[in-house]
Design a protein. Structure first.
Length: 130
Protein backbone atom coordinates (compact mmCIF):
# COMPACT_ATOMS: atom_id res chain seq x y z
CA UNK A 1 0.00 0.00 0.00
CA UNK A 2 2.81 2.41 0.84
CA UNK A 3 4.48 1.66 -2.48
CA UNK A 4 1.20 2.36 -4.28
CA UNK A 5 0.83 5.73 -2.51
CA UNK A 6 4.46 6.59 -3.27
CA UNK A 7 3.77 5.90 -6.95
CA UNK A 8 0.93 8.45 -6.72
CA UNK A 9 3.43 11.10 -5.62
CA UNK A 10 3.14 10.91 -1.84
CA UNK A 11 6.35 10.56 0.14
CA UNK A 12 7.07 7.34 1.99
CA UNK A 13 7.89 9.06 5.28
CA UNK A 14 4.57 10.94 5.66
CA UNK A 15 2.58 7.83 4.78
CA UNK A 16 4.53 5.78 7.34
CA UNK A 17 3.92 8.50 9.96
CA UNK A 18 0.13 8.39 9.37
CA UNK A 19 0.18 4.59 9.58
CA UNK A 20 2.33 4.78 12.72
CA UNK A 21 5.01 2.70 11.04
CA UNK A 22 8.72 3.34 11.22
CA UNK A 23 10.08 4.29 7.77
CA UNK A 24 13.14 2.14 8.41
CA UNK A 25 10.86 -0.88 8.96
CA UNK A 26 9.11 -0.21 5.65
CA UNK A 27 12.33 0.16 3.68
CA UNK A 28 13.94 -2.88 5.37
CA UNK A 29 10.89 -4.98 4.51
CA UNK A 30 10.95 -3.74 0.94
CA UNK A 31 14.60 -4.83 0.50
CA UNK A 32 14.11 -8.25 2.12
CA UNK A 33 13.86 -11.20 -0.32
CA UNK A 34 10.57 -13.08 -0.60
CA UNK A 35 10.07 -15.84 1.93
CA UNK A 36 9.84 -19.50 0.91
CA UNK A 37 6.15 -19.40 1.82
CA UNK A 38 5.53 -16.39 -0.42
CA UNK A 39 7.38 -18.04 -3.31
CA UNK A 40 5.28 -21.21 -2.88
CA UNK A 41 2.09 -19.12 -2.68
CA UNK A 42 2.98 -17.44 -5.96
CA UNK A 43 3.38 -20.88 -7.56
CA UNK A 44 0.03 -22.09 -6.22
CA UNK A 45 -2.03 -19.00 -7.06
CA UNK A 46 -2.31 -19.70 -10.82
CA UNK A 47 -3.21 -23.32 -10.09
CA UNK A 48 -5.91 -22.27 -7.63
CA UNK A 49 -7.29 -19.79 -10.17
CA UNK A 50 -7.31 -22.54 -12.81
CA UNK A 51 -9.15 -25.06 -10.60
CA UNK A 52 -11.63 -22.38 -9.53
CA UNK A 53 -12.28 -21.38 -13.17
CA UNK A 54 -12.62 -25.01 -14.33
CA UNK A 55 -15.23 -25.62 -11.64
CA UNK A 56 -17.31 -22.74 -12.97
CA UNK A 57 -16.46 -20.70 -9.90
CA UNK A 58 -18.10 -23.22 -7.56
CA UNK A 59 -15.08 -24.69 -5.76
CA UNK A 60 -14.08 -23.03 -2.52
CA UNK A 61 -11.02 -23.42 -0.32
CA UNK A 62 -12.00 -26.80 1.13
CA UNK A 63 -12.71 -28.41 -2.20
CA UNK A 64 -9.66 -26.93 -3.93
CA UNK A 65 -7.39 -28.05 -1.10
CA UNK A 66 -8.91 -31.54 -0.99
CA UNK A 67 -8.71 -31.96 -4.75
CA UNK A 68 -5.11 -30.74 -4.80
CA UNK A 69 -4.06 -33.11 -2.03
CA UNK A 70 -5.94 -36.05 -3.58
CA UNK A 71 -4.38 -35.38 -6.99
CA UNK A 72 -0.86 -35.09 -5.60
CA UNK A 73 -1.23 -38.20 -3.42
CA UNK A 74 -2.51 -40.18 -6.40
CA UNK A 75 0.45 -38.96 -8.45
CA UNK A 76 2.79 -40.09 -5.66
CA UNK A 77 0.87 -43.37 -5.39
CA UNK A 78 0.27 -42.96 -1.65
CA UNK A 79 -2.90 -43.16 0.41
CA UNK A 80 -3.84 -42.71 4.02
CA UNK A 81 -4.71 -45.51 6.39
CA UNK A 82 -8.33 -46.63 6.39
CA UNK A 83 -9.34 -47.25 9.97
CA UNK A 84 -11.71 -50.05 10.82
CA UNK A 85 -13.51 -52.34 8.43
CA UNK A 86 -15.74 -51.11 5.68
CA UNK A 87 -19.43 -51.65 6.37
CA UNK A 88 -21.61 -53.69 4.08
CA UNK A 89 -25.16 -52.52 4.48
CA UNK A 90 -26.77 -55.05 2.16
CA UNK A 91 -25.84 -58.72 2.24
CA UNK A 92 -27.89 -60.80 -0.21
CA UNK A 93 -29.26 -64.09 0.99
CA UNK A 94 -28.33 -66.70 -1.65
CA UNK A 95 -31.26 -68.97 -0.82
CA UNK A 96 -33.87 -66.18 -0.93
CA UNK A 97 -36.40 -66.47 -3.76
CA UNK A 98 -35.89 -64.14 -6.70
CA UNK A 99 -38.82 -62.61 -8.57
CA UNK A 100 -39.21 -63.99 -12.07
CA UNK A 101 -38.14 -61.92 -15.09
CA UNK A 102 -41.44 -61.78 -16.95
CA UNK A 103 -40.10 -59.73 -19.89
CA UNK A 104 -36.81 -61.58 -20.49
CA UNK A 105 -34.84 -58.35 -19.88
CA UNK A 106 -36.59 -56.55 -22.76
CA UNK A 107 -37.58 -53.27 -21.12
CA UNK A 108 -39.27 -51.63 -24.11
CA UNK A 109 -42.97 -50.80 -23.95
CA UNK A 110 -45.25 -49.95 -26.84
CA UNK A 111 -47.75 -47.99 -24.71
CA UNK A 112 -47.84 -46.25 -21.32
CA UNK A 113 -48.51 -48.36 -18.21
CA UNK A 114 -47.61 -51.58 -20.05
CA UNK A 115 -44.35 -52.40 -18.29
CA UNK A 116 -43.26 -51.73 -14.72
CA UNK A 117 -39.64 -52.19 -13.72
CA UNK A 118 -38.04 -52.16 -10.24
CA UNK A 119 -34.52 -52.67 -8.93
CA UNK A 120 -34.43 -54.88 -5.84
CA UNK A 121 -31.00 -55.12 -4.18
CA UNK A 122 -29.13 -55.13 -7.46
CA UNK A 123 -31.55 -57.45 -9.26
CA UNK A 124 -33.92 -56.08 -11.81
CA UNK A 125 -37.43 -57.40 -11.73
CA UNK A 126 -40.02 -56.54 -14.37
CA UNK A 127 -43.77 -56.99 -14.47
CA UNK A 128 -45.82 -56.86 -17.62
CA UNK A 129 -49.48 -55.85 -17.73
CA UNK A 130 -50.73 -58.10 -20.53
Amino acid sequence: MIGHLRDKGLGGDPVCRVLELSPSTYFARKKRPKSARRLRDEQLMPLIEQVHAESGGTYGARRITRCTVERLMAELRIEGAIRGRRRRTTIPEPSAPRPPDLVDRDFTASRPDQLWVADMSGMIAAWSKN
